[in-house]
Ligand binder design. Sequence first.
Ligand code: SF4
Length: 330
Amino acid sequence: MSQAETLLEVKDLSTHFFTEDGVIPSVNGISFKVKKGETIGIVGESGCGKSVTSLSLLQLVSKPGRIVGGQILFNGADLSTYTNKQMREIRGNKISMIFQEPLTSLNPVFTIGSQISEPIRLHQKLDKARAKEQAIIMLSKVGISNARKIYNAFPHQLSGGMRQRVMIAMALSCKPQLLIADEPTTALDVTIQAQILNLMKELSQESNTSIIMITHDLGVVAEMADRVIVMYAGQIVEQNNVFELFKNPKHPYTQGLLNSTPKIHQLKDELESIEGNVPTPSNMPIGCKFHPRCPFANEKCRKHEPPLIQADQGSKVRCWLHDEKEVIGL
Ligand code: SF4
């Protein structure tokens, strides 16, 4: 994996919302890379900026939000400078996205078949008949047994699990280089969730697709991701490979998230939860944004914001406890 080429490099990306009540910095200077074939998990509670990050990558942030700074280098080209027309060429072709609720993403007045075959026809330049065959193959691949019949069905005729499979078939039908999946299984029951995740893994391995998995569910991250980015209040607070992050979480917020996740070998009557709430933009704390909820907060944390520090090889953390200068008293 370490030798793999970089597919996406996000540099210092900021997306703000310009509301009547003031500017809301939803994403504030985040940087990360995704290699070819790699799966990145972006985790955090609602409102941490993870979904706005994914929408920013595809220039799908709606008004009053907009990207105010940074670069989104995809195969070296900066998507943040692309026009709408250029982005339409990229979306659903080189980069696909799966949303949490497929009913809102599927058009209710068109059949499943036309919604899958149309982009195939467009992006792969196939005629109608061949695009239809390709769409039916994709529907079968995502485990839909009566694919020919489903091809002619409308979205409301399918169950939630089936619709989500259709979304995955659509997203992967053009063999994207990058798949962005935003809470793709949250609305589904556990069995279907496991099937869908396996399916995504298999299909991405088959075509070396990179995945950015946006989720609040650490179980999904453990299952899918090679590397994990933890976001809090619009910033990255920790980055590490999945094994190290689960074995040795460095940021108190990551520790809190892990302590509030059920573990199979650990029988506890009650799970610990992180006290307090994610700060609202109008009430953003000075200093470390996590300090009102952090059990280790000290005077410095309340006054000065920590930078994202390289903690050890491949791992970064935004916390004064891991600042070497602090630790060795420089
Ligand atoms: Fe907690 Fe301080 Fe680290 Fe922030 S900088 S996470 S308040 S210990």
